[in-house]
Write a protein that binds this ligand. Sequence first.
Ligand SMILES: [Fe+2]
Ligand SMILES: [Fe+2]
Length: 360
Amino acid sequence: MARVKQPRTKIMRRWRSNMEVRQDKAYTERLQTLSEGSVRRNFSPYVDIDWDDPAFEVIPNDPRWVLTNSDPIGRHPWYRAQPLEKQIEIGMWRQANVAKVGLHFESILMRGMLGYVFWNPNGSPEYRYCLHETIEEGNHTLMFQEMVNHIGMDVPGMPRMLKWVSPFVPLAAQPLPGLFFFGVLAGEEPIDHLQKSILREGSELHPIMERVMAIHVAEEARHISFAHEFLERRVPLMRRGPRFVLSLFVPITMRVLCSAITKPPKAFWREFDIPRSVKKDIFFKSPEARQMLSDVFGDVRMLCHDTGLMNPLARLVWKLCRISGDASRYRSEPNRAHLPIEARPLAPMATADAVESIPA
Ligand SMILES: [Fe+2]
Ligand SMILES: [Fe+2]
């Protein structure tokens, strides 16, 4: 049988051998479990969501679009003091934009993953799992776009600057998979954190939001597990110099992407005439906002500890980026330093008709 030609340079040999993972039995088994999970439990945006169901209709003045206390904007006193109509309008814009940002981010992720597996050797369990994940992300982008279309707000998604940079980000997946998969976590952790806290809070949500978030959270758990597995195996194989550089880039990547995902773009603040001081307070001057920033990345800090990426300089960069804090003791550990979230009082309805028009 003809053998695949060996690369000539040391760097290329190292790059290729890092992609040969079959000798690592434990890692291979974990990927097998994740792949089987993808086959057993997956969702289709047009089978598992009945978009034509009257209960999914988007109607005017529906208070189920009011942002919950788990959303940093929703819990701010300025937002809560607004008339109900404005809270609803802001809520619809905000939730549509988070979905649009999610689909922009997932489009980058899919391109990068396909680039990474392009060079995977035959029989690679990484190839199979990454393709399952890419297909799931493709379905998520369809689901998010359908949600945006239903809400009917013409939202821009990611900040313009990131949109311009987006074609170059997936190119990092082949030469720098460590950095790329940390980027994946930087996008997945904040969206997952936000959606899980909204679902846990138990406020009444519009069925579109509830269904979309439940599907997304279920599949995202697997995606986050894979990124952790990949990095736990790959980072310790890196040489000291590149690993040190990576340790400094990780907190910066986390902070930049977290801001891009959670903070609405300029158009939002203009459209709703939101004071600058409120914007600053929400992102990220208030103690609640700082706590949220720190909470989101507990699992990533644990990963950095476990893979030797928490040296004194890296710790300082985590602090400067304002995302430092305790590392989780295990993945998805509930936050230990939670600020209490009160139940959300709804502002009085402007018109009684609006209440009656909400389907049961
Ligand atoms: Fe996703
Ligand atoms: Fe994902």
